[in-house]
Ligand binder design. Structure first.
Ligand SMILES: NC(=O)c1ccc[n+]([C@@H]2O[C@H](COP(=O)([O-])OP(=O)(O)OC[C@H]3O[C@@H](n4cnc5c(N)ncnc54)[C@H](OP(=O)(O)O)[C@@H]3O)[C@@H](O)[C@H]2O)c1
Length: 287
């Protein structure tokens, strides 16, 4: 079998960076960061895809600034909804397979048991709305696609909660962290590894098993518990639990955003580990 050409967008992001490192074992990888392919530029998306003619497109680019999205609504929709729509159209034209990542923030967080794929969506913020619109555009396009919803992505590079907590821990004696939002932290590398494993199944298998999946580790955490686990047994800084109401942000966030990955596990026979296992592996990794 000839090695497929795999286009990765958003190659400078947490998941995109890991994909660019991992995927060369699975094909000829063209990994483009924002400077090489700006997803706001619809013509650039079309001409890049048409020139490369990839068998697989992994869209790891996204507008992920959840609070800023409340102001930059148009930009968030251009990147999170319109760009995936164009990628999906191009994927269909080529008979390729599109991977898209989406978010737990498509839900309103009023549930008390983990959300399955068919649970009704009701985003509380613009970011969630724009990501949901991207999911829907891909589904409506009729292209072969896997949309993987995940949550609380972190790693040792980029912008994320783990690095913020570590930076603040070096600067302060005391930290306050929200303890009434529940979710699952997922390591960007584990998400990329799972994606690579899926790609290894081959385009025709993927086309047959396309659709919407939750890709998330097991277990549940609050941001407070996640911070505690990041800092380990260190006595400093002291961690103080606060409520969401005590930490107002421009964007509302779901109180309970736990995804069950049961469908993914049933379909593909593997999944992500418990969030504490992923965190341990991440902290033990060099970069
Ligand atoms: N981060 C999370 O907690 C989280 C949670 C649930 C789901 N997700 C989803 O998981 C996927 C991967 O997220 P991530 O954590 O890897 O996000 P990330 O680290 O913020 O990476 C996103 C990448 O997209 C790039 N990008 C932004 N605007 C772009 C544009 N106009 N054209 C091209 N690239 C652009 C960013 O470039 P710059 O660095 O130049 O801005 C960044 O490199 C996304 O679909 C996200 O919605 C993330």
């Amino acid at each position: 079998m000839t090695r497929p050409t795999i286009l990765v967008t958003g190659a400078g992001g947490q998941v995109g960076y890991e994909l660019a490192r991992l995927l060369p074992g699975h094909g000829k990888v063209v990994a483009l960061d924002r400077s090489a392919l700006d997803l706001v530029d619809a013509d650039a998306i079309r001409s890049t895809v048409r020139a490369l003619r990839p068998q697989i497109i992994v869209n790891a680019a996204a507008y992920t600034a959840v609070d800023r999205a409340e102001e930059e609504t148009e930009l968030a929709f251009a990147i999170n909804a319109r760009a995936p729509e164009i990628l999906a159209e191009e994927t269909r034209r080529l008979g390729a397979v599109l991977f898209q990542y989406s978010t737990d923030y498509v839900f309103d967080g009023k549930a008390s048991t983990p959300y399955a794929e068919e649970a009704p969506t009701a985003p509380l913020n613009v970011y969630g709305e724009s990501k949901l619109a991207g999911e829907q555009a891909i589904a409506a396009s009729g292209c072969a696609s896997l949309t993987l919803r995940t949550s609380w992505v972190y790693g040792l590079r980029g912008r994320n909660f783990l690095l913020t907590i570590r930076r603040l821990a070096a600067e302060r004696d005391e930290l306050t962290v929200v303890a009434d939002q529940f979710g699952v932290p997922n390591w960007a590398r584990a998400i990329a590894l799972a994606t690579a494993r899926l790609i290894g199944l081959g385009p025709s298998y993927l086309a047959e098993h396309g659709g919407l999946y939750h890709l998330s580790g097991s277990g549940v955490a609050t941001w407070f518990e996640f911070a505690r686990a990041i800092l380990g047994s260190a006595e400093r800084p002291r961690l103080n639990a606060i409520t969401t109401a005590e930490y107002p942000t421009p964007a509302r966030r779901p109180a309970y955003a736990v995804l069950t990955a049961a469908k993914f596990g049933r379909t593909f026979g593997f999944g992500l580990p418990d969030w504490r296992v992923m965190l341990r592996d991440c902290l033990a990794a060099r970069e």
